[in-house]
Design a protein around this ligand. Structure first.
Ligand code: G3I
Length: 389
């Protein structure tokens, strides 16, 4: 009998993973035929930014072992953060889940994770009728087994979109509305109850605080913002809903744009819990006063500030002195978080060796808490010192 029940549960789970809820006639896209384990999607973005090849989930090779019991070192980052009710997390890529040091560092030092690329639209919905959760499920299940929280990144963005979505240039407002609702229904629905916070909207502003001319904005005006938030809330009322962006950490035209938007959304009763400051900083150029004032004005609106993608890149040559300065900056960042209501502190990777920084910013590297050999850096020590104060 137990075997029959187990078989039934397995069939239901598999059906849930592969059958999107589609509420309209769908014409399958010829552009992105994939099997359920391999996702390879070339993308041309609205802004002609770098073409994207989605990460390839390693589904069967190195699945994480189920944990019998979790023993956390009381001096670890994770343990000290938990004492302060702080989520310290890292962006992860399941392609590294076969590396023991990677997984050990993740579960011993962090109590939260974000998938660096694995929950992006191109990764999970490569053809219009096909949702592929196998890769992201591995990370989410790992988090659950190891009592970690998951940040969902990201629902509405202008990058890393599947070809079936970007190739068609004549979407009507009604069609795109339907596409967006259907996507959120499937994505948020699949992870209902498992996501601490969703980056519902990512990078929707230009540097001057106006809205980015993404396919969403061009076709739907600013209506896509409230629509996405309302739909996400309807599907998973427990998940915190966040608008996430970069260069909004200090007071400037872009953060003014974000501030005015979230103030308006709050006044209109649109569900929103907070803002995500991505926090891709340059070490040696941090303005902590402006950062603090900015945090305070968002918190005064009754919103949460989350630090969602922290890294502090250092310009070559990397010296011991520069690493020490970086450590002091990490410490100050955690201090400010603790002094305010910031309780989400996510770094954009575990080890420097996997950071996106060197390939995007020539001459910069070493932005994270652990070096290329997973050794703790002064940056790690700085965060620990702040948590111990
Ligand atoms: O996986 C393929 C690999 O098979 C291929 O050989 C290689 C060749 O280019 O590309 C690999 O794909 C790369 C992918 O990351 C996975 O590593 C893409 O080229 C690369 O463009 C992609 O970059 C990601 C970037 O978002 C895309 O815009 C970075 O890893 C990821 O860290 C970065 O994350 C963003 C956040 O989502 C939003 N905020 C900014 C942040 C940093 O850019």
């Amino acid at each position: 009998m137990k075997k029959i029940i187990a078989l039934f549960v397995l069939i239901v789970l598999l059906a849930g993973c592969t059958s999107p809820k589609i509420s309209e006639d769908i014409t399958p896209s010829a552009s992105s035929e994939v099997d359920s384990n391999t996702v390879v999607v070339e993308e041309t973005t609205e802004d002609n930014e770098a073409a994207f090849v989605a990460e390839t989930p390693v589904v069967s090779e190195n699945p994480p072992e189920p944990k019998e019991s979790l023993v956390i070192d009381p001096n670890s980052l994770r343990a000290l953060a938990e004492e302060k009710s702080m989520l310290v997390g890292a962006a992860v890529t399941i392609n590294h889940f076969g590396v023991v040091t990677y997984l050990d560092t993740l579960k011993n030092e962090f109590n939260a994770l974000t998938l660096e690329n694995g929950m992006k639209w191109a990764s999970v919905n490569p053809s219009r009728t096909n949702f592929v959760f196998a890769g992201s499920d591995i990370a989410v299940n790992f988090a659950i087994e190891n009592e970690m929280q998951v940040r969902g990144h990201t629902l509405v963005w202008h990058q890393q979109l599947p070809l079936w979505l970007t190739d068609k240039k004549d979407w009507t407002k009604e069609e795109l509305t339907e596409v967006l609702i259907n996507y959120i229904d499937n994505m948020v629905g699949h992870y209902k109850g498992k996501i601490h916070s969703w980056d519902v909207l990512n990078e929707i502003f230009n540097e001057d605080g106006t809205f980015r001319e993404s396919m969403w904005y061009k076709t739907m005006g600013d209506e896509f913002i409230a629509l996405a938030l309302k739909k996400a809330h309807e599907v998973d009322p427990e998940a915190k809903l966040i608008i996430n962006d970069y260069s909004v950490e200090t007071i400037n035209a872009k953060s003014d744009g974000l501030y005015n938007l979230v103030k308006k959304l709050k006044e209109e009763g649109v569900p929103i819990d907070g803002v995500g400051f991505q926090s891709h900083f340059i070490s040696g150029q941090m303005d902590f006063d402006s950062f603090t004032q900015n945090v305070e004005r968002f918190e005064a609106l009754g919103l949460e500030v989350q630090l969602t993608e922290i890294d502090l890149r250092i310009e070559a040559p990397i010296t011991e002195d520069k690493l020490i300065v970086q450590g002091e900056e990490y410490k100050r960042l955690m201090q400010i978080a603790l002094e305010h209501n910031i309780r989400v502190f996510i770094v954009w990777g575990i080890s420097d060796v996997h950071s996106w920084v060197p390939s995007y910013f020539a001459g910069f590297s070493s932005p994270l808490l652990f070096d290329g050999k997973y050794e703790k850096k002064p940056a790690y020590d700085g965060v620990i010192e702040a948590l111990k104060e």
